[in-house]
Ligand binder design. Structure first.
Ligand SMILES: Cc1ncc(COP(=O)(O)O)c(C=O)c1O
Ligand SMILES: N[C@@H](CCCC[NH3+])C(=O)O
Length: 420
């Protein structure tokens, strides 16, 4: 977390005081570090080195256009799961030829747009999708490059909601079925089989599930070769974990090294789809203490950020560090940090030792991934603003939503029902 550091008891994003940002732009406020995004991407690019392949940042982790633009300028590719994400990548100056299109439910309209702009590859997740994509491509007179996303039935040892590579998960094609589906895809003129895709889950903190999955994928590569189908690339998905508290995920270089080593002499290029490991520790969420509410059972600090701003604690019992922007001397107490939303599950942290006063600013650390992108307007709350810091400069990269924008497009039905 070297980009969000404390000097004289004050928290900074690079060289900018977070208290000043909170005062200037209001809270809740997402703050990103350009240096952190760049360094985390560069770690992957350097680890891949001159091995042929691409680092396709998973847009779902943080899809702010300025963030995508920083990565596009560094030469990143992108992993998208919707037409909306594709449009963001294009607006950010991303190269469509470096885009892979994942997701279990691509619509024909989304396929058409992706074929129009010329994405690198579709990661196809079911046999039914193989046929729909072939029909769409044929209708357009195009050939779609495809990988099949295989489900290797490997336990990623992560939270059940973010585990994706088990038989009971909706993702991918059972690896035992894959040879048959590949044979089918391979004889369709509108498809060109180019790769195998595999993503087993998110926030993995061990190498072994990645390696186990890769071993199964490599067996499939060899089996397909016997069937006369040549695989050019492996897309090994994302999933490398980060440190939120005391987790010790493998370093990117070690992870990549372990993978390269297992390829043997197979001439396979490599695609990776990291999201969290690039974005999480490149952002924080700033919030203000609105009310202190000590009770005989618990002390509640009611803050102005809520589950609609960051749903991870409510949804996955995720733990993110919460730190004061300005440290104060004196005794700490245990506080539950809860938002204003009318849900018991609306909390950002529980039982945190802090010395708090009303009006204090706090930072929810490690909020750069799956923070803003999973935020909502629940309780008709406008979504937070986003700011990007670059050295001693800070720019608003998304304005706070206005109350007016929350009702735009809605229709007052009673007017239509009025008797004339
Ligand atoms: C297909 C796919 N690729 C990439 C990612 C990014 O994963 P992570 O943010 O864990 O790196 C995900 C999310 O888990 C995903 O579903
Ligand atoms: N949203 C999840 C990760 C989901 C990964 C998407 N496949 C999280 O915050 O941990």
């Amino acid at each position: 977390m070297q980009d969000f550091t404390e000097h004289n008891g004050q928290l900074f994003a690079e060289q900018v005081s977070l208290t000043e940002l909170a005062e200037q732009h209001g809270t809740p406020l997402y703050v990103y570090s350009r240096a952190a995004f760049s360094r985390h991407y560069q770690d992957y690019a350097n680890a891949l080195g001159d091995h042929p392949g691409m680092i396709c940042y998973a847009v779902k982790a943080n899809s702010n256009i300025a963030v995508l633009n920083v990565l596009a300028q560094l030469g990143a590719g992108f992993d998208i799961v919707s037409e909306g994400e594709l449009e963001r990548v294009l607006l950010a100056g991303g190269d469509p030829a470096r885009v892979v299109f994942s997701g279990v439910g691509k619509t024909p309209a989304e396929m058409r747009r992706a074929l129009d702009v010329g994405v690198h590859c579709f990661n196809v997740e079911s046999e039914a999708e193989v046929d729909v994509l072939a029909a769409v491509a044929a209708e357009m007179g195009k050939v779609a490059r495809v990988s099949l996303r295989v489900n290797p039935d490997v336990d990623a040892n992560t939270h059940p909601y973010i585990s994706t590579g088990l038989k009971e998960n909706k993702f991918g094609i059972d690896i035992a079925e894959a040879p048959r589906v590949y044979a089918h895809a391979n004889q369709l003129a509108a498809l060109q089989v180019v790769g195998i895709d595999c993503h087993i889950g998110s926030q993995l903190t061990e190498l072994s599930p990645f390696v186990d999955a890769l071993d199964r994928v490599l067996q499939l590569v060899d089996q397909l070769a016997e069937q006369g189908i040549t695989i050019k690339h492996l897309d090994l998905g994302g999933g490398l974990g980060v440190t939120y508290k005391d987790e010790q995920p493998p370093a990117v270089a070690d992870y990549m090294q372990a993978i390269k080593q297992r390829l043997g002499n197979r001439p396979l290029s490599l695609i990776f789809e990291p999201g969290r490991s690039i974005a999480a520790n490149a952002g924080v969420l700033l919030t203000k203490v609105e009310y202190l509410k000590p009770t005989p059972h618990k002390n509640f600090a009611i803050i102005d950020a809520a589950m609609n701003d960051n749903i991870r604690p409510s949804l996955y019992q995720a733990w993110q560090d919460i730190r004061p922007l300005q440290r104060r001397e004196g005794d700490t107490q245990s506080w539950d940090l809860v938002g204003p939303v009318c849900e018991t599950g609306d909390f950002l942290g529980k039982e945190r030792q802090l010395n708090l006063q009303t009006g204090d600013f706090l930072a929810v650390m490690s909020s750069g991934a799956y923070g803003f992108t999973m935020s909502s307007n629940y309780n008709s709350r406008p979504r937070a603003a986003e700011v990007m810091v670059d050295g001693d400069q800070a720019s608003v990269v998304r304005a706070r939503e206005s109350l007016a924008s929350l009702t735009q497009g809605e229709v007052l039905l009673s007017q239509q029902l009025k008797p004339s």
